[in-house]
Design a binder for this molecule. Structure first.
Ligand code: GDP
Length: 173
């Protein structure tokens, strides 16, 4: 329709500590990278406007309430979320295996119609790869999620991830 339509999208980031969730947000929101980033404590919040195919999306990005001590916050964290990105790092198999846990939590607390993406981050560290693209794509397909390998460090595929996710969001009537 018209380019005037503005779509507000609440997006939750999930995934094990250290996989690069905050770094992906920083790359997407500010196009920068911080070598020495500390793991996120509690939950942080950032917003960014993105135009895809004549539609303006205003993303409100919620970065992790994943730590055990914040468990009680989970329902609030997921409430009214339109989309979620679950992140693992391609260099740590365990973070990939943890995806199942995050999907389960999302199914438990998140809206049933949430649009889901799996991001295999740190794609710049190819020589240390522990998770093949094929294996990850197969898993993502099995849960009807978008799959993208990203690097917050080099910016590879970071914009693409958010653009592709935006295209999957149902049209607002
Ligand atoms: P979070 O705990 O999931 O939010 O992870 P962070 O964003 O804090 O990142 C954890 C560590 O991984 C930090 O030292 C980052 O600098 C580093 N990191 C994040 N993304 C990438 C990436 O794409 N490539 C590489 N090589 N390092 C990354």
């Amino acid at each position: 329709m018209s380019s005037l339509s503005l779509r507000e999208v609440k997006l939750c980031l999930l995934g094990d500590a250290g996989v690069g969730k905050s770094s992906l947000v920083l790359r997407f929101v500010a196009d920068s990278f911080n070598e020495n980033s500390e793991s996120t404590i509690g939950a942080s919040f950032m917003s960014k406007t993105l135009i895809v195919e004549d539609q303006t999306f205003k993303y409100q990005i919620w970065d992790t309430a994943g730590q055990e001590k914040y468990r009680g916050l989970a329902p609030m964290y997921y409430r009214n979320a339109a989309a979620a990105i679950i992140v693992y790092e391609i260099t740590r198999k365990q973070s990939f295996e943890a995806l199942k846990h995050w999907v389960k939590e999302l199914r438990q607390f998140g809206p049933s119609n949430i649009i889901l993406a799996i991001a295999g981050n740190k794609s710049d560290l190819e020589s240390q790869r522990q998770v093949s693209s094929d294996e990850a794509k197969e898993y993502a397909d099995s849960i009807d999620a978008l799959f993208v390998e990203t690097s917050a460090l080099t910016a590879d595929n970071v914009s693409y991830l958010f653009e592709a996710l935006s295209k999957r969001l149902p049209q607002e009537s």
